[in-house]
Design a protein around this ligand. Structure first.
Ligand code: PGA
Length: 250
């Protein structure tokens, strides 16, 4: 991890969390209060963004969204724009999560439009990429990730408005993780690929690892060169676990 890239640990609550979960947010804010070594963000379901953003104002915990529509507004029943997420208090939007790609058939081009929408609304785009187990077994992991980056990255990206998360699909929610060597190799590949595509801006962009990060493996995974933090699902729902992850940076 480079000194110039401040690490960030982001919790993706997915379709979990009710008003009653505010107690976990409070405990996370308390745990993050003394931590100046890394940034902390929680991405709750959309229903909780405004309330959480109000509660977290002035704390060390930022609030993000998990997805958005790529249009500003219009006849898109049930969808929510990046501008609306910003209005609710979100600082960032996850785009291209593998669950969106799989469950909603989101292609790289749509992921790119959503990242552009986040930027248009003044928010950080957290762009996810990841290979399936079959693709890794077939030796295609770098080709797949390289293709996803080519298709999903907006033309104009900066170190401030873009974060890239490498999340091998087979490691999400399974308790399985790649070897430290595999994570290091993929992160190095991703940084090189982004540099080839967009130039030296790649050196300042944070690359997060996601997939079964937990307190027990956070120190070794988040300590890898070119891993600038984590995108955490299951272990971000409970403050004790989440704090045990971002706490490795304090
Ligand atoms: P997990 O999910 O930490 O539960 O594996 C990670 C993610 O999907 O962002």
């Amino acid at each position: 991890m480079s000194q110039s890239r401040q690490p960030i640990v982001i919790g993706n609550w997915k379709m979990n969390g009710l008003e009653a979960s505010a107690g976990e947010l409070n405990a996370m804010m308390a745990a993050a209060a003394g931590n100046s070594a890394c940034k902390v963000m929680v991405c709750p379901p959309t229903t909780l963004i405004a309330g959480f953003a109000a509660k977290a104002a002035g704390s060390k915990v930022a609030i993000g969204a998990q997805d958005c529509h790529d249009a500003v507004s219009g006849a898109h029943t049930g969808d929510i724009s990046a501008e609306m997420m910003a209005d609710a208090g979100a600082a960032a939007i996850i785009v291209g999560h593998s669950e969106r790609r799989a469950d909603h058939g989101e292609a790289d081009s749509l992921v790119c439009s959503k990242a552009e929408a986040a930027h248009r609304a003044g928010l950080v785009a957290i762009i996810c990429v990841g290979e399936t187990e079959a693709q890794r077994d077939a030796g295609q992991a770098e080709d797949i990730i390289g293709g996803q980056l080519e298709g999903s990255l907006p033309a104009e990206i900066t170190a401030e408005n873009t974060i890239i998360a490498y999340e091998p699909v087979w490691a999400i929610g399974t308790g399985r993780t790649p070897t430290l060597e595999d994570i290091e190799a993929m992160h190095s590949f991703i940084r090189g690929k982004v540099q080839a595509l967009r130039g030296d801006v790649a050196l300042g962009i944070r690359l997060l690892y996601g997939g079964s990060v937990k307190p027990g493996n956070a120190k070794e995974i988040l300590g890898i060169e070119d891993v600038d933090g984590g995108l955490v699902g299951g272990a971000s729902l409970k403050a004790e676990d989440f704090a045990g992850i971002f706490g490795v940076f304090s």
